[in-house]
Write a protein that binds this ligand. Structure first.
Ligand SMILES: [Zn+2]
Ligand SMILES: [Zn+2]
Length: 418
């Protein structure tokens, strides 16, 4: 799991984002429902007729929501099976997207198995979505039918808080996850993710996929990619000649190596597993490989790194990693061990070092990351599967038996209702 996922999953539950009808335009259907009690107050006949008519319209609109077909988990076994449902009726600022590919993130695994106790079954997972626009609302300005687009970890935020105002929607307390989120702006129903043939998303949360990128390899960038790219930009870990350490060589780590190399940095992979050395250096282009359990190797690298991106979710000591940083160096934690990390003051105070966290990235970060990936031909290393392999893929993901991300060929498996 990546910490972004856990934080975002918990966030809205800890801090109810906003009540229906507040912040942003209330859904018309809510307006009608709010008006219903007034009918009991014996409105004059014309008003009553008008309310009834609107009620009928809403019912018809709900029925007119596009039929969707996906795979969902029904209970904590997490086993996915075919599932028919419908998407919301698109609003003026909505984009309807035919899903082409969707990556499988560790978060999906945690949600479908109810590891965090917040699964709202049936759960349609998936938040690493690449697709093609099939329709846009009248108010949509940035997209048109035929555009290749992406949708990442979230599909909504309050758009009025300090974080949203600064373009950091990913840190909004009202962020709406793409899957298993509570979408207050659209009736408070649980969101259903990209393991489905079609999705309707407000254009603000849709990004453009630049031409030339392999779409299957792009899908994991929407979550794993931006989760490492965003802090690299924020902490200046994007400058040629700087030395970047990447802890853990999984879905996030292997993309961090690629970004680091594209920025012109020296990149060292730090791992517990010597078996990954060859792959890190020969396949992914890392300059060096450090075995974190080897005290001699670690000692030799003391004080050499400008920054470290730590992607490991299993608990691990970070003091030896902090020793690898130069004075004023910056470590960024993007993994989410469930036990607290140990941080003795001596590991950061004498060298003025920093430890920061990061949770995915903003919509702007995500767009910038895709532009950068497009320019440098960066894509995740993926194993593309059909939907009917998804349960096996999830079992394998639990054992980290994947190099480095499963991506579902959604359109090639399900066809499309879009
Ligand atoms: Zn994710
Ligand atoms: Zn906000």
């Amino acid at each position: 799991m990546s910490y972004h996922c856990r934080a975002l999953v918990q966030g809205p539950f800890l801090h109810p984002p906003f009540s229906p009808g507040a912040a942003g335009a209330p859904a018309p259907s809510l307006g009608v429902r709010v008006g219903l009690p007034s009918r009991a107050l014996r409105l004059p006949r014309p008003a009553r007729a008008s309310v009834e008519k609107r009620e009928q319209q809403v019912t018809m609109e709900e029925k007119a929501g596009q039929a969707a077909f996906g795979w969902a988990a029904r209970d904590a076994t997490g086993v996915l099976s075919p599932y028919n449902f419908s998407r919301r009726v698109p609003k003026d600022d909505d984009v309807t997207i035919k899903v082409l590919y969707c990556g499988i993130c560790h978060t999906d695994l945690h949600i479908i198995k109810n590891d965090w106790g917040n699964a709202m079954y049936p759960v349609v997972p998936g938040h690493e979505i690449v697709g093609v626009v099939t329709g846009v609302g009248g108010g949509v300005t940035r997209f048109k039918a035929g555009d290749t687009v992406g949708v990442g970890y979230f599909v909504g935020s309050c758009r009025s808080c300090d974080s949203c105002g600064k373009g950091n929607e990913n840190y909004c307390a009202g962020v709406v996850q793409t899957s298993n989120g509570v979408d207050y702006a659209h009736g408070g129903v649980p969101t259903k993710g990209g393991f489905s043939d079609v999705i309707v998303v407000n254009e603000h949360y849709v990004v453009r996929v630049p031409d030339g990128l392999a779409l299957d390899r792009t899908a994991p960038l929407l979550c794993a990619g931006v989760t490492v790219y965003s802090p690299m930009m924020r902490h200046g870990l994007n400058e040629p000649g700087k030395h970047l350490g990447v802890v853990g060589l999984g879905g996030l780590g292997h993309v961090a190596v690629k970004f680091g190399k594209a920025f012109g940095m020296k990149v060292t992979v730090i791992s517990t597993s010597a078996s990954k050395r060859q792959e890190a250096i020969e396949s992914l282009g890392a300059d060096e490989f450090l075995i974190s359990r080897d005290p001699e190797e670690m000692k030799a690298a003391t004080g050499t790194m400008d920054g470290i991106i730590d992607t490991v979710s299993a608990w691990h000591p970070i003091t030896p990693l902090l020793a690898l940083l130069k004075p004023l160096g910056q470590m960024v934690v993007v993994g989410g061990p469930s036990k607290p990390l140990e941080l003795p003051a001596y590991a950061i105070v004498p060298g003025g070092k920093g430890v920061a966290g990061n949770s995915v990235g903003s919509v702007g970060d995500c767009q910038a990351m895709l532009e950068f990936a497009g320019k440098h031909g960066i894509g995740a290393e993926v194993e593309v599967i059909k939907m009917d392999y998804v349960n096996t893929a999830i079992e394998r993901l639990e054992k980290n038996d994947v190099r480095y991300r499963f991506v579902i060929d959604v359109a090639g498996s399900l066809g499309s209702a879009a």
